[in-house]
Design a protein around this ligand. Structure first.
Ligand SMILES: *[C@@H]1O[C@H](CO)[C@@H](O)[C@H](O)[C@H]1NC(C)=O
Ligand SMILES: *[C@@H]1O[C@H](CO)[C@@H](O)[C@H](O)[C@H]1NC(C)=O
Length: 315
């Protein structure tokens, strides 16, 4: 309930980019990148009154997102597929891009997150050499719709290219890479092509990064390994000997234990045989058991040989 109302508050703020009072509740640290996509879609669609197809319309963003740039362009999906777009800001869209599901008109929304790039797309261990740029596609059927789901656009033959201008210089010895964030939150790295160009077959957010600690890290590691080898060579040898000796002794002990066990098993088998024989011999005469008090004792019912008086004894 509370989450819902605050989300609505955020969206209503997005609807009022020209409102003079800056509401502190639009905390950009607490908005997810997907919520930002929804806010920017609303902003971009608000820029259209009677859009001409193929013309980019730049728009305002809420004051708390100052520094972020948004633009929208409406297209016929047929012309996107057959002609592509030579250039839309940094993006170059080739022939053969198709959307799923099919719509007659679509809107491409462009994002430049500027100094908010790290806020919405934090990438620990890397630093950005360029702002994060986004390309998103929506159905253009209803330009007053909000919270639209994205269409799925795919390039088939040639990739969509993104040409970055004004890259920050990379630290000496580091290799700049393209980074791509798809709509499901997965991150992919790719090589940066000649002319600071990244290539993609789908929509999402893109930038150029370098590993933050790529230059200094290999040297200390190599030194540490070298030092270890120099110092620990003799120690390592003795370690190996100790391990070999231990395993030999352990193996011998195991062998002795095993042979003892085998002997014991054999003996107990013989014992069992003897017991069986004894039991067989005894079982010819079974005695009934009876409980007397707390103990069991063999009980003979009657006597086997009845006493007979041999001589009549008459006192
Ligand atoms: C980005 O820059 C604008 C001014 O250009 C500033 O108002 C805003 O606070 C900055 N945002 C961040 C996250 O640094
Ligand atoms: C366009 O979207 C708005 C807002 O969701 C809605 O009120 C309106 O009925 C929709 N128009 C059409 C033609 O679907």
């Amino acid at each position: 309930m509370r989450v819902g109302t605050s989300f609505l508050a955020l969206l209503s703020l997005a609807f009022l980019p020209f409102s003079t009072s800056q509401n502190p509740s639009l905390d950009t640290n607490k908005i997810s990148s997907r919520t930002l996509d929804a806010i920017l879609q609303d902003c971009a669609f608000k820029a259209f009154l009677r859009p001409k197809t193929g013309v980019p319309y730049d728009t305002q963003v809420p004051t708390s997102l100052t520094g972020v740039m948004v633009s929208a362009m409406r297209l016929r999906s047929g012309s996107l597929r057959t002609r592509g777009i030579e250039s839309y800001k940094e993006f170059q869209i080739p022939i053969g891009v198709v959307e799923q599901p099919y719509v007659e008109r679509l809107v491409l929304v462009y994002h430049n997150l500027g100094n908010f790039s790290e806020n919405f797309y934090p990438l620990p261990g890397y630093s950005y050499l360029a702002p994060v740029l986004g390309l998103m596609s929506y159905s253009g059927a209803n330009l007053s719709a909000s919270e639209l789901p994205e269409l799925d656009i795919r390039a088939s033959d040639k990739p969509i290219l993104i040409k970055f201008h004004d890259l920050k210089p990379a630290p000496l010895g580091s290799v700049p890479k393209c980074v791509c964030f798809d709509l499901h939150g997965s991150v992919q790295f790719d090589i940066l092509l000649h002319g600071n160009v990244c290539a993609t077959f789908q929509q999402g957010h893109f930038s150029v990064v370098v590993e933050a600690s790529s230059a200094p890290s290999p040297a200390p590691a190599a030194v540490a390994v070298a030092a270890d080898v120099g110092k620990g060579g003799g120690r390592n040898k003795t370690k190996v000997w100790i391990i070999v000796a231990c395993s030999v002794v352990g193996g011998c002990l195991l062998l002795v234990l095993l042979s003892l066990l085998v002997a014991k098993v054999r003996r107990s088998k013989q014992g069992m045989k003897i017991q069986q024989l004894e039991w067989a011999a005894e079982s010819n005469e079974t005695l009934h058991m009876a409980s007397i008090g707390g103990t069991k004792a063999p009980l003979a019912i009657g006597t086997r040989t009845r006493p007979t008086i041999e001589n009549d004894y008459i006192p």
